[in-house]
Ligand binder design. Structure first.
Ligand SMILES: Nc1ncnc2c1ncn2[C@@H]1O[C@H](COP(=O)(O)OP(=O)(O)OP(=O)(O)O)[C@@H](O)[C@H]1O
Length: 312
């Protein structure tokens, strides 16, 4: 699939600290790309570089096949963004706020009604923005970002601070912008549960490094279950399973095996053949949240090294 945005070796250093450290991003056309990482991981810094708001210390960014450094104005025309608390004129209503940006963007007047409808603010269009809820303000921010008919929308933590209803509304809006309008979206968050519910691709950043990037299904694959065997002789059980060529590991008295039907059936018949009593066979599903936490742990984990091969 064609990448609408790529970043190579992107790095930002403050003094000698690399807060974004040689990351490679690939954002496929039409994706909702969840840019996930704990607070302070480097999401905002990366996004600010993608938007040309700060200069990378090293590396390059290409938007729609063009180098951002050389074609800044042209590239940025195709991008709409909502980055941290946008400033509004509180004493003006949504239409009046949008008018300010419409003139700057040189968009036609008809755009204002259109974007208000897209974000579901048409009924509140004449209300003063200072009376808006945070969720409404975020939707107005997205409306402003849509004024220039962007092909790529970059949203930095758009659901931060919202109540569950507000979060749901923004999430629904993001999904529909991608699905119905074909807009590619990069959306950052520190919550995997958020990203899980709207993203088709995910990039995970931790301490300035990109530690995973792929389709969200690939991340889910790591949430696949393992099966634990509790038997009369863990030692023997482990020995037999491994000698049969099935991957297994020990967790105290339990022997863990990947939960593929064939493997489980083989293990059971093997143990029965060797006269080992099977007390319990249990399925243990690792949640996506567990995987995310594993990934961002200080020390590299098995999961992380498995993921490394997925990052180009
Ligand atoms: N202008 C700056 N000078 C020095 N350090 C900075 C500057 N801007 C950001 N940082 C540092 O870079 C790191 C990454 O910050 P960044 O805001 O990109 O993280 P983030 O992933 O967006 O987190 P959050 O969700 O908390 O905003 C942080 O440790 C931050 O303190």
């Amino acid at each position: 699939m064609e990448n609408i945005l790529t970043a190579n070796d992107l790095t930002k250093k403050y003094k000698s600290d690399a807060v974004v450290n040689r990351i490679n991003l690939q954002i496929p056309r039409g994706a909702v790309y969840g840019f996930l990482g704990p607070n302070g991981a480097g999401k905002t810094t990366t996004i600010r570089m993608l938007l040309g708001l700060i200069k990378p210390s090293h590396g390059s960014i290409s938007v729609f096949g063009k180098d951002l450094r050389k074609n800044r104005i042209e590239a940025l025309k195709e991008i709409g963004a909502l980055v941290e608390n946008p400033s509004y004129y509180g004493h003006l209503n949504a239409i009046e706020n949008l008018e300010v940006y419409r003139v700057l963007r040189k968009a036609p007047k008809s755009k204002i009604k259109e974007v208000l409808e897209i974000v579901g603010l048409e009924k509140a269009a004449k209300k003063k923005v200072k009376e808006y809820s945070l969720g409404m303000k975020q939707r107005l921010g997205i409306a402003i970002a849509l004024l220039g008919d962007p092909k790529l929308l970059i949203l930095d933590e758009p659901t931060n601070g919202l109540d569950p209803q507000g979060i749901l509304e923004i999430r629904t809006l993001i999904k529909s912008l991608a699905k119905e309008r074909g807009i590619t979206i990069i959306v950052s968050s520190h919550l995997l549960s958020e990203i899980d519910q709207m993203a088709t691709y995910v990039g995970i950043i931790s301490k300035g490094r990109l530690i995973f990037q792929d389709r969200i299904e690939e991340l889910r694959r790591f949430a696949s279950a393992s099966v634990s065997f509790t038997t009369s002789s863990p030692e023997e059980t482990f020995k037999h399973i491994v000698s049969y060529g099935i991957q297994a590991y020990r967790e105290e008295e339990k022997i863990m095996v990947e939960a593929e039907d064939e493997a489980i059936a083989k293990v059971i018949s093997l143990l029965v053949r060797h006269g080992i009593s099977i007390y319990r066979v249990e399925e243990n599903k690792k949640s996506l949240e567990d995987i995310f936490l594993d990934l961002i742990k200080e020390e590299g984990t098995n999961v992380q090294s498995t993921f490394k091969s997925r990052i180009s």
